[in-house]
Design a binder for this molecule. Structure first.
Ligand SMILES: [Zn+2]
Length: 425
């Protein structure tokens, strides 16, 4: 990750700003906001537009948004932001879509709400969407069409009922969250001084549900290992070193590396490729490896183990088959930092207060989301669900059930307003 520009707003400053804004406990602030007439109007807006939100969700799901191919959906979202009436709507050079709901205090740092607009599905995946017995079906319908719909519902309701948010609210639809996108959209936003210096808190809307608070970033590193050789005929060149055999031995050696149960640490060989025909010694073979841990030290240890396996196996094979060399390359193809939101943070207090207000039960969880980026910079961020329920994520059988969406939307709205502040009526 490139060095970041100096940061003007630290999470500690943001916390003290919101603490001095009203010398009340988080719970008192949330209770006051929940009583406001316009907040009730916004809740009524969610109920009145339940069916429209479902239509919107089917519409966005039907626009393909493969990794590095989010253009059409990005354009669609920018049009929605403009139609809702957000200010300064624009798409950046990566296709991230940004729009602002100005605040009563224009000098206050932004409260940002984001939803990733990419899916895991490659270009060409059929995006057939349907409604059946009250549920919505389609690839990405929950992850993350439900988040995009929640983002639009927030912007629409706040605009429609004229809520007087104190701090400006930044709405973000970001690209490149999934898989090898490696959080590139959010990473880019936090590299822009205009945003990195002015976003006090980020609330990431990712997937369905109202029962989790992702306040702990799961770190991951991903690698591609490429082994190359001369290749040849299986009969006439017998004895030439074989990249697939080398890869198999590297896998065998690496996967014997012990990993701790706590901090939970995992590895996976996810893809293996190579060879041209059954009677050819391959010229190359590749594999992709995913490692994850709550601890950076464990990720470092797995990285060393992977290099050790490669460095051990290649000379072992080429040493015996002197006539031909094998070479190996280890490339990092993903690096998501691990970091946690401090338990005393204002953001965590607020979401807890909101859950108490709504009598909602939520557990703190660790996951790899767009929140990893600000968290790794020592900034405040969490990821929460968009309400309702879903299943079959990352498969073409993905579904979303909108019953209970209302609770998720109320939760997001109260949290946003508690963070931004809202004027009394
Ligand atoms: Zn997601």
């Amino acid at each position: 990750m490139a060095p970041l520009p100096p940061v003007r707003v630290t999470s500690a400053e943001a916390a003290s700003i919101s603490e001095s804004r009203a010398l009340r406990s988080a719970q008192q602030q949330v209770s006051r906001i929940a009583e406001l007439r316009r907040v009730h109007d916004a809740f009524a807006w969610f109920r009145a537009h339940a069916r429209d939100l479902e239509e919107l969700q089917l519409e966005v799901t039907s626009i393909p948004s493969p990794p590095w191919g989010e253009g059409a959906r990005s354009e669609w979202l920018a049009q929605r932001f403009t139609a809702i009436g957000l200010s300064d709507v624009h798409r950046d050079e990566l296709g991230n879509v940004l729009g602002i709901r100005p605040g009563v205090d224009p000098s206050a740092p932004f409260i940002a709400l984001s939803a990733h607009i990419d899916t895991v599905f490659p270009a060409g995946t059929p995006t057939h969407v349907r409604r059946d017995s009250g549920k919505l079906y389609g690839p990405g319908v929950s992850d993350n069409s439900s988040g995009i719909v929640a983002l639009l519902a927030m912007a629409s309701a706040i605009q429609a009922v004229g809520l007087a948010n104190t701090a400006p609210i930044l709405f973000i639809g970001d690209v490149g969250e999934e898989g090898e996108g490696d959080l590139r959209g959010m990473r880019h936003i936090y590299r822009q001084p205009r945003w990195s210096a002015t976003i006090a808190s980020l609330v990431v809307l990712d997937g369905a549900g109202s029962d989790t608070i992702i306040a702990e970033g799961l770190g991951s590193r991903r690698y591609e290992i490429i082994v190359r050789g001369q290749g040849g005929h299986s009969w006439s060149d017998f004895g030439v070193a074989n990249p697939i055999v080398a890869l198999a031995r590297i896998i065998d050696r690496f996967t014997r590396t012990p990993v701790p149960v706590s901090p939970k640490t995992t590895f996976n060989i996810g893809i293996i490729n190579g060879g041209t025909s059954v009677n050819s010694i391959p010229e190359s073979a590749t594999m992709r490896v995913d490692t994850r841990s709550a601890s950076v030290d464990e990720l470092d240890r797995l990285e060393r183990a992977l290099h050790e396996a490669v460095d051990h196996v290649i000379p072992e094979i080429t040493g015996r088959k002197k006539q031909e060399l094998l070479t190996a390359e280890v490339r990092v193809i993903g690096n998501r930092p691990a970091a946690d939101l401090p338990t005393e943070s204002q953001l965590l207090k607020m979401i807890r207060a909101v859950d108490a207000q709504l009598e909602n039960t939520a557990r703190i969880q660790r996951a790899s989301t767009d929140a990893n980026i600000p968290l790794s910079l020592g900034r405040e961020a969490i990821a929460i669900g968009a309400g309702g329920s879903g299943g079959g994520a990352h498969t073409i059988h993905e579904w979303y059930d909108p019953s209970g969406r209302d609770l998720g939307l109320k939760r997001i709205l109260l949290l946003t307003l508690a963070l931004s502040g809202v004027a009394d009526e």
